[in-house]
Design a protein around this ligand. Structure first.
Ligand code: FAD
Length: 335
């Protein structure tokens, strides 16, 4: 009988792992959000669209480049090109150089995860509750309302470390799980204008400001360029210091700061919204992926050795080969 594997989380880690394991095992992916993507998600507010998490990704290793090849060939992933600047209140804008391709998924950032999810069993809108005792059949998973979701030989969490610790609490020591992984937060301010973008740059690094980054999402390939969709990210330090702030107050403050640093007037926007990422980016990564062959629990994510999309994918590759070594003589590679 094939091993029954539950993967918690439908971001790039969970879906790339599920795709590789699917021919070898009975795999089910559970995702608490309405759709797939995780921190590569897209927010829609017709006619506006915002990649409010990851803005782009780089491909530095030969393996990740190979993984991307078919997506680039089909146009599902494309380089995002244009002028990038540094902005600071009271100073002239300065041109920045990008020394490597910056890729985005098309038509939106979540499109890559949607493509990876094709043909897999993915159960969305389902938040897995902390695991109870493993019985002789395996791990019995339930949602928050105690509804049983199935019994699995293996449970693999791709949720950020604090959430994985909650899911696995009582079954492993926190330290054994993730060593020193520490995540930082981020606020994403989303602004939509019913007119095309009028400046020459596509993204800006913001300095001396609680805002760190500004992206013109409507300049990314495959998007509707007849409107303007802006995403401004706070610095991680500012987000952590203001994580419990009232959302309306945080939004008002960041709107003022955006105007100050960029000259863009958010009050002219036709759409404005703020999203809070509690666990956005790994400030300190865990040493490695976690795998317990006795309890048959594992966890993986960008925070296992890195903090970016490529790191998430790489960590999934390492977990896959560790899992395959346990059960099969020869490792295969992620496709
Ligand atoms: C604001 C921001 C900007 C970023 N910018 C960049 C960038 O420019 N370039 C770059 O390379 N990377 C960037 N990143 C990081 C990048 O997004 C991540 O490295 C990558 O998306 C992590 O993927 P993952 O699959 O490991 O985790 P996630 O995408 O976080 O996936 C984990 C999933 O688990 C789900 N989940 C959690 N708990 C449960 C539960 N109990 N039950 C069911 N599901 C659950 C979550 O909903 C989530 O979908 C950014 C991230 C953020 C937030």
């Amino acid at each position: 009988m094939k091993q029954r594997i539950a993967i918690i989380g439908a971001g790039i880690s969970g879906l790339s792992l599920a795709r590789s394991l699917a021919p070898l095992a009975e795999v089910t992916v559970f995702e608490k959000a309405r759709g797939v993507g995780g921190r590569m998600s897209t927010r829609y507010a017709d006619p506006f669209y915002f990649d409010h998490g990851a803005q782009f990704f780089t491909a530095r290793t030969p393996e990740f480049k190979v993984f991307l090849e078919p997506f680039i060939a089909s146009g599902a992933v494309a380089p995002w090109e244009g002028k990038v600047v540094t902005l600071q209140a009271g100073k002239e804008e300065e041109k920045r150089l990008w020394f490597e391709p910056h890729y985005v998924a098309c038509q939106n950032m979540n499109s890559l995860c949607k493509a990876l999810a094709g043909g897999l069993r993915v159960v969305t809108n389902t938040e897995i509750a902390p695991l109870t005792a493993r019985d002789s059949n395996g791990w019995r998973l339930c949602d928050g309302g105690d509804k049983e979701l199935g019994v699995f030989d293996w449970v693999i969490s791709t949720a950020p470390p604090a959430q994985t610790q909650r899911l696995f609490r009582g079954h492993l020591s926190d330290n054994a799980l993730h060593g020193s992984a520490v995540m930082q937060g981020c606020y994403a301010l989303m602004l939509g204008f019913r007119r095309p973008w009028h400046k020459k740059w596509i993204a800006a690094r913001l300095q001396e400001s609680p805002l760190a980054w500004l992206s013109v999402n409507s300049t990314k390939p495959g998007r509707d360029a007849g409107i303007t969709c802006l995403v401004a990210h706070s610095s991680n330090g500012w987000a952590d210091a203001h994580m419990d702030d009232d959302m309306a107050q945080a939004e008002a403050f960041l709107i003022k700061e955006l105007r100050n640093v960029s000259g863009i007037d958010p009050h002219e926007a036709d759409y404005c919204s703020l999203h809070r990422w509690k666990y956005a980016i790994a400030e300190k990564a865990a040493r490695e992926v976690h795998l317990d062959p006795i309890l048959q629990l594992a966890s993986v994510g960008d925070w296992c050795g890195g903090q970016r999309i490529e790191d998430a994918w790489q960590a999934s590759v390492r977990l896959l080969s560790a899992l395959i070594k346990l059960t099969q003589p020869a490792p295969t590679s992620l496709r």
